[in-house]
Design a protein. Structure first.
Length: 551
């Protein structure tokens, strides 16, 4: 049996037959170009780069983001360049140079998307190769990507790493405290230690403590928006929003997704989702979100990150979404999928230690500070359970603090049973966190049993909080009716609401404003599961079609 890495490489670097090349050239209306040995086809950081199919000669792909250029792969006759960056509109992560005189077919990005949708045989081959190449780069110890330099305990260092990770940007972290070569690296970049955190993109770009918006602009994850009217504007890029984007765009709707932080929502931070249909061995939330982004982009949806929506109004006949920065877009229909966020612990020290020991997701970024040490997880739902299972493989002991008397009240049985069978997990039932202490970083957590009053102090650098949920609906106008907890009300029962004007009953996911829909965790009465959010996002598109027929 072949090694998995060998299998992945064979998928990543296929050789197209003459028939496949001819089909690709016809489907894409590719241009024939020639390059002399030593000429550059594209450079790292370039945008809207075509992919090149080699008809004659050799093209060398180089990693030029590290200290010394390294050859990643050499493409020969029948091979093609490119990876996911080109497809989803981000800068290229490598440089392509003609190793010999060569002749290539150049296929522009828009033409490539047409190939993926209209020529499935060769299109699937290319898409699978792109996904495999990204996986190889992500798994590689030698590929540098962007460089993030800062203190592992720094609040802004954590924010930057978290933002890049959740948006699936390839990067390497250099710890100010733990890396012996850090002084030489800072000197080469012309940066002082007190100026960190910094983000370096090879020698072309160094950002000093950039905002998320600056990172989004630099790495191409904030997309330009049209002034024309969209058929469907989706506010939120979680599982429900991404599902709606895939179905909407694939069915011909001009679709845009406006996401404030990163695709995937809360689910995007899960290290293992095991109860989602079709993935019996589980899948990480980040991988699921990345695949959904590729699907939506393949069908022509626009996804723009760090594009928070701060207002919704209904002047002029169409919904008008006001974006942060005074920009606005107009759409015929709006889907609200802004989800919910975990409540903050009302505990002494919590706010002070956010990003310095208090976290709301358990991913490799957070786990670095607690390897081999004790950690605390607070919460009794599936998100808390998934975090416990993941952290148990890294920490010495995981303390799970559950307010209720049973682990099975709000957690799936398979997760609760697994936690009970994990020897380095200590479950504190009927318990709460009373206090957090530390200096610049979290140092200890006090846990109290609500029944007996007994207390325990855990020395720990990290507490992971997964309690309750607060809907992200503060930006909505009064026209959108909400329940007593702030979740958006939808469905036929709203026909009796004074805010509902049409003679017909509202569609199942329609709000009190015709043409405005809600799905996923933000919707009143929804089932808080990834699968249900995906189902509702897909279902909403059908109601969008029904509404558009009325216009």
């Amino acid at each position: 049996m072949a090694e998995p890495a060998a299998d992945l490489k064979s998928v990543a670097f296929p050789t197209l037959s003459e028939r496949e090349i001819a089909s690709l050239a016809e489907c894409s209306k590719a241009r024939v170009l020639t390059f002399k040995a030593g000429e550059t086809l594209f450079r790292v950081g370039d945008r809207a780069t075509p992919i090149f199919v080699v008809r004659r000669g050799e093209v060398e792909i180089r990693d030029e983001l590290g200290d010394q250029p390294k050859v990643i792969v050499v493409h020969r006759e029948g091979n093609f360049t490119g990876e996911l960056s080109q497809l989803i509109g981000r800068p290229t992560v490598a440089t392509g140079v003609a190793r010999t005189d060569c002749e290539v077919l150049a296929i522009d990005v828009d033409a490539l998307r047409a190939v993926l949708n209209q020529c499935p045989d060769v299109g699937d081959l290319i898409l699978q190769a792109f996904i495999a190449r990204r996986q190889l780069l992500r798994n590689s110890d030698s590929f540098t990507g962007a460089r993030v330099i800062g203190s592992r305990y720094g609040h802004d260092t954590f924010r930057i790493r978290d933002f890049l990770s959740r948006n699936r940007i390839l990067f390497t972290f250099f710890d100010l405290e733990g890396d012996p070569e850090i002084a030489h690296l800072l000197d080469r970049l012309g940066v002082k230690p007190e100026e960190t955190p910094v983000v370096a993109w090879g020698c072309k770009l160094t950002l000093k403590n950039p905002t998320n918006r600056e990172l989004a602009d630099a790495f191409g994850i904030r997309q330009p928006l049209d002034r024309d009217v969209y058929d469907l504007a989706i506010v939120g890029g979680g599982p429900g929003g991404l599902a709606a984007a895939v179905y909407g765009a694939s069915e011909g709707l001009r679709t845009v997704v406006l996401e404030s932080t990163a695709p995937g929502g809360q689910a995007g931070a899960s290290m293992r989702i095991e109860n989602y249909l079709g993935f019996p061995t589980g899948i990480t939330g980040a991988e699921l979100a990345e695949r959904a982004v590729v699907q939506a982009t393949k069908f022509g949806a626009t996804l723009s990150v760090t594009t928070p929506v701060i207002g919704l109004s209904f002047e002029g006949g169409y919904p008008l979404l006001t974006l942060d920065g005074a920009e606005s877009i107009t759409a015929k229909c709006v889907l609200i999928v802004t989800g919910a966020e975990y409540r903050k612990l009302d505990v002494e020290g919590c706010e002070r230690f956010e990003g310095r020991g208090v976290y709301y997701a358990a991913t490799p970024n957070e786990a670095q500070v607690c390897r081999g040490l004790d950690v605390v997880v607070v919460g009794g739902g599936n998100s808390a359970g998934q975090a416990v299972v993941y952290l148990a493989g890294l920490a010495r002991t995981v303390h799970l603090v559950v307010r209720k008397a049973s682990l099975y009240d709000n957690m799936s049985a398979y997760l609760a049973h697994r936690i009970e069978q994990t020897p380095n997990v200590k479950v504190h039932l009927s318990s709460v966190v009373r206090r957090m202490t530390g200096d610049e970083h979290l140092g200890s957590v006090e846990i109290e049993n609500r029944t007996t009053g007994a207390g325990e102090v855990v020395q720990t650098p990290a507490l992971f909080s997964f309690i309750g949920a607060v809907p992200r609906t503060e930006w909505l106008p009064p026209e959108i009716e909400r329940d007593e907890k702030g979740f958006v009300r939808t469905g036929p029962s709203l026909a009796q609401s004074p805010g509902w004007a049409p003679k017909r009953s509202p569609f199942l996911l329609e709000t009190t404003q015709p043409g405005v829909f809600a799905a996923g965790d933000v919707r009143s009465g929804s089932v808080k599961r990834v699968a249900s959010a995906v189902g509702e996002g897909a279902m909403a598109v059908q109601f969008v079609h029904e509404y558009l027929k009325e216009m």
